[in-house]
Design a protein around this ligand. Sequence first.
Ligand code: NAP
Length: 360
Amino acid sequence: MRKDSPRIAVFGATGLVGREILAILESRRLPLAGLRVLASSRSQGTSLEFSGRSLPVEDVASADLRGIDLAFLATSSSMSLDLAPRLLEAGATVIDSSSAFRHEPDVPLVIPEINGELLDESPRLVSSPNCSTSIALMAVDYIRRAAGIRRMTVCTYQAVSGAGAAAVAELEQQARDFSAGRPIEPRHFPSPCLFNLFPHESPIDPDGENQEEAKIRAESRKIWSDPMLAVAATCVRVPTRRAHAEAINLTLERSLSVAEARSLVATAPGVRLFDLESGSRGPEPRDAEGRDEVLVGRVRADLSQPPGRGLWLFVVADQIRKGAALNAVQIAERLAGSDATPRGLVGRWSGPAMVKPSRS
Ligand SMILES: NC(=O)c1ccc[n+]([C@@H]2O[C@H](COP(=O)([O-])OP(=O)(O)OC[C@H]3O[C@@H](n4cnc5c(N)ncnc54)[C@H](OP(=O)(O)O)[C@@H]3O)[C@@H](O)[C@H]2O)c1
C-alpha cells in the first residue's frame, strides 16, 4: 500500500458505516491522495460531501477498480466476497467491515487496541470484527490481561442501526405510523421494533443459536488467540436507534477485586469508566451516540461466584463507530503508519443521514 498518502475508495459509502467512515476520515485527517465513493446503482447521480467537496457516487457494478491503494468495504458479505479478490488483484489493500472473511485463518481480524500488532506485517486484506464482539472485547480486554478469563457471557441490547439504514428508517416509520393511528408493519425485521424487542434477526442454527451469538464466540476466540475460550451470548434487538448495550458476565482465572477491575477499565485505551460520572446509574445508548469510546459502568462483583472470580459489567458503545467505521479507520491508520489516538465526543447523532446525499 502507498503509505504516505493513499488513494482511498469507500464501497457502500451511502450506508451507515460508509458515511461514518467518511466522517471519521474527514475529522482525523489521514493524508489521502484521492477519495472515491461507491454504492449501488440506486445512488448513481447522487453525491456525498467531504471536506467541502462534492464527491459523485459511482456505481460499484461498472466502476474501474484500478488505481485504488486502500479500499474500505462497508458492504454486505456477499458483495465483499465478490469485491475483495478483485480489489486485491488490482493492487489495493482491503479493509472489510462485513463478516465475509472474519473466519479465514489467513485473514487477520483486528481491533487495533487489542491485537493491532497483526497489522505490522502489512496484510493486504484485514477484517474488522462484528460490532457486538468489538464492544465486549474492548470493555474487558485489560481485565483479561490482568486476571485471565475462564468464561464470558454476553447479553446484548442491540440498536436497530446495527442492521443498516433501512432498519433505522423502519423504526422511524413505525413511530410515525403509531402516532398517526396506522397499523405497524415490519418489513426489514421479522417483528415490530416499536414498543417491542426480539431475538436477533440473523438465521438460527440447528442448536438454537443465532448467527450473531455464534459470531461473538468465534470472533472473541480468534482475536484473543484462545480457541477454547468459553463464550456464550444471547443477542437481542431493542428499539434504540444507535449504540448497542451489553451486560457482560465474567468468570476469572485469577482473583481480582472490583476496585482493581475498575482501575483496569479506566486505564484501557478507547474505554471510559462511565459510572464515576456524577449521578450516573450507568451508561445509556444516548450517552454513547457519536462517541469513539466504549463506556463501561456497573462494574460489580458477581456474588454467585467465589470472591474475586466473578464480575458483571454494563457496556454501551456507538456500534457504527468503534463497532465498525472507527475500527476500520484505525486499521487503515496503523497500516499507513500514522499514529492517531481515539477521539472523544464528535457530536450527537440525529439520524441516518449524517452526511446528506444531494442530487448533482
Ligand atoms: N451498521 C452497523 O452498526 C454495522 C456494524 C458492524 C459491521 N457492519 C457491517 O457493515 C456493512 C455495511 O453495513 P451498513 O449498516 O452500513 O449497511 P447499510 O446502511 O444498509 O448500507 C449498505 C451500503 O451498501 C450499498 N449496497 C447495497 N447493495 C448494493 C449493491 N447491489 N451494489 C453496490 N452497493 C450496494 C448501499 O448502497 P445504496 O445506498 O446505493 O443502496 C449502501 O451504501 C455490512 O456488512 C454490515 O454487516 C455494520
